[in-house]
Design a protein around this ligand. Structure first.
Ligand code: DX5
Ligand code: ZN
Length: 215
């Protein structure tokens, strides 16, 4: 049921297309965009991303914007092939107009919260988004340890969805390995973002299958 979204942040950037092909049995490809402002790190932009769509077949391009002005740059990522654009609740003054603006570009819209942000800030937005991304590490870097309070947030979202018939997907990002994946799946997650755990393996496709078959 739950799907793995490999995060290319932990891939070898000298050979990005081959690295992506090494995980292309996954449904989603997670693309981390950082601007050195919203988070203390800088990664890639739309110019690099646009090659992915040309070279990679059949992966859903799941773009995680960790940037200060997501609405301004979202159109560039749509042109570069994004299927889902997720922005941070903490990055905008008003979330609802940001959701509307991104939706108008013709893509699915996700909203994300950092580990210290209360889940209840999303209460009025639950019927307006396609995806909710729970950060289980402070955004900015791969390879950090999973913060367990993410599990309660996932459970909360899964319960709310059941009670109210909402349609959003629940995604978790940061510190995912075999054990934490299992805990998130039990809590009700749909998409497990995994960077270092997948890319440090020399049998990445089998590892993706193993995690997905565990539920
Ligand atoms: C962190 C990024 C994550 C990161 C996860 O800010 O949003 O997607 O790549 O890396 P791991 O799986 O190594 O924690
Ligand atoms: Zn991410």
């Amino acid at each position: 049921m739950a799907k793995v979204a490999p995060s290319i942040l932990s891939a070898n950037f000298n050979n990005l297309i081959e690295e992506i092909k090494s995980v292309d049995n996954a449904k989603y490809l997670h693309i981390d965009v950082m601007d050195g402002k919203f988070v203390p790190n800088i990664t890639i932009g739309p110019l690099v991303m646009k090659n992915f769509k040309k070279e990679i077949n059949n992966m859903v391009m799941d773009v995680h914007l960790m940037i200060a002005d997501p609405v301004k740059y979202a159109p560039d990522f749509v042109k570069a092939g994004a299927d889902i654009i997720t922005f941070h609740y903490e990055a905008v003054k008003f979330a609802e107009p940001a959701i509307d603006a991104i939706r108008e570009l013709g893509v699915k819209v996700g909203i994300s919260i950092k580990p210290l942000t209360d889940i209840n800030v999303l209460d009025d937005l639950l019927d307006k988004v396609d995806l909710i991304l729970i950060m289980s590490v402070e955004p900015g870097f791969g390879g950090q340890a999973f913060i367990p309070s993410a599990l309660d947030k996932i459970k909360y979202l899964a319960d709310k969805r059941k009670q109210n018939g909402y349609n959003y997907l629940i995604e978790v990002d940061g510190g995912i390995n075999k054990e934490t994946a299992k805990q998130c799946i039990e809590a009700g997650v749909d998409i497990l973002v995994a960077g270092s755990y997948i890319f440090s393996s020399n049998n990445r496709k089998a590892l993706i299958e193993e995690i997905e078959n565990d539920n």
